[in-house]
Design a protein around this ligand. Structure first.
Ligand code: ZN
Length: 114
């Protein structure tokens, strides 16, 4: 694949965008209780994995990250999905990405570890 996005950008998109509001408010996946409609197998087998910010489909037996779930529910490609998600990132991360660097945030994380 053509490398258009840095590893840092993709990691930020997968980890910083909370998956629950994404599927509820942006993708508006059908929901029954704590289960969501899986765009792959079309069953209500999709559940949230809060600890890892992923979705798990017990029917497909696979995880979906934010990029995967947008690609499947919007039936779009990887680039389109990343662009949609980038617009949802907190503005601090977005402006750093536009400059091509996420270093200021990394420093914050490092000092936070003490
Ligand atoms: Zn599924």
């Amino acid at each position: 694949m053509h490398k258009r996005y840095s590893k840092e950008e993709l990691t930020a998109i997968r980890t910083l965008i909370p998956i629950e509001p994404l599927i509820e408010e942006v993708l508006k996946l059908e929901q029954a209780g704590r289960r969501f409609h899986c765009p792959c197998c079309k069953t209500l087998c999709l559940t949230l994995k809060h600890s890892s910010n992923l979705l798990w489909c017990s029917s497909c037996e696979r995880d979906f990250n934010a990029i995967d779930i947008v690609m499947h529910s919007r039936r779009c490609g990887f680039i389109h999905s990343v662009n949609l998600l980038k617009a949802l990132l907190p503005s601090a991360y977005r402006s750093n990405m536009q400059k091509g660097s996420m270093r200021p945030e990394r420093k914050v994380f490092r000092s936070g570890r003490g």
